[in-house]
Design a protein around this ligand. Structure first.
Ligand code: HH2
Length: 279
């Protein structure tokens, strides 16, 4: 079972084996290119690799089970076979089941265990699970997201789903919660959630955060009409990740592993006990 580091966030490297992901779609569709990319992320300091075969970018449509598995299956098995901790990024219980059998140790479900078959699966296996909040479905989620109180509603959903998993036997430390930045949220919703990460950290469940290269960063550093392009969002990403680390987030889902891990280690050093001004 994967144990999260106690003194810094774990770095989860993103591997999208898809033709259409928002920042790296198509780059790693070939299994050996995908494996090379994953191993490079491990060299750069990733603690685990999150393998996904279906894009969840706004407007994306669903991929059938067999097609999703044909994209990710051999990558999951080959990585796990080399001892790399693997997370499977899927909304489908059948894909998650095959991945766990192939050696994955975490299920990352962006639909937050809303499918009872997914809840049953993760509660019957010795895996960790990441429960993410999303308003609606990827095809429509960005059309008009709306909340009375986004922080309270997201927290309530996550506590409800996590509580159900614990009631059904999962250890709380293996149930990660994630506010789902960009999933049915405006830039201001994202800001409210990022400013209130302590409300999620305070629940006691490990918090996972995925902000890497997301469009709110492009909009904040550019503007609505001309957001910064995806490839220009590294500094904005790192700033938010440092902020998250300081609030106690336990897992950061990132594309740029080397840069993320260096920031994480620097902040860890600053926060560590035993610092002496005399060196
Ligand atoms: N974001 C994306 C995908 N999966 N999983 C979690 N737990 N949290 C996230 O914030 C999250 C996620 C979207 O990013 P990406 O994988 O880069 O793109 P795409 O969905 O287009 O494949």
């Amino acid at each position: 079972m994967l144990r999260l580091p106690a003194d810094r966030p774990a770095v989860m490297g993103i591997l999208n084996v898809t033709p259409d992901s928002f920042s790296d779609g198509g780059a790693f569709l070939n299994p050996s290119a995908a494996l090379d990319r994953a191993l490079r992320m491990v060299d750069e300091g990733a603690d685990l690799v999150d393998v996904g075969g279906e894009s969840t970018r706004p407007g994306a449509s669903e991929v059938p089970v067999d097609e999703e598995w044909s994209r990710v299956g051999s990558v999951v098995e080959r990585l796990a076979g080399r001892g790399v901790p693997v997370s499977i990024d899927t909304r489908k219980a059948e894909v998650a089941r095959r991945a766990l059998e192939g050696g994955a140790s975490v299920v990352n479900d962006v639909s937050g265990l809303r499918d009872p078959a997914m809840m049953d699966l993760v509660c019957s296996r010795p895996c960790a699970v990441s429960i993410m909040h999303m308003q609606g479905e990827p095809a429509t989620m960005q059309i008009q997201p709306s909340y009375q109180d986004v922080v309270a509603e997201v927290r309530e959903f996550l506590l409800h789903q996590a509580g159900e998993a614990v009631r059904r036997g999962k250890a709380a430390q293996d149930v990660w919660i994630d506010p789902g930045i960009g999933f049915g949220k405006t830039t201001e919703h994202n800001r409210a959630l990022l400013r209130s990460l302590d409300r999620l950290v305070g629940t006691g469940y490990p918090v996972l955060l995925g902000v890497s290269r997301k469009s709110f960063i492009g909009r904040v550093l550019g503007n609505e009409a001309a957001p910064l392009p995806v490839g220009d969002r590294l500094e904005g990403t790192l700033a938010v990740q440092v902020w998250a680390q300081l609030q106690g987030v336990r897992v950061l889902r990132v594309h740029d592993v080397l840069a993320a891990r260096r920031c994480v280690d620097m902040v860890r050093w600053l926060r560590a006990d035993g610092y002496s001004a005399r060196g």
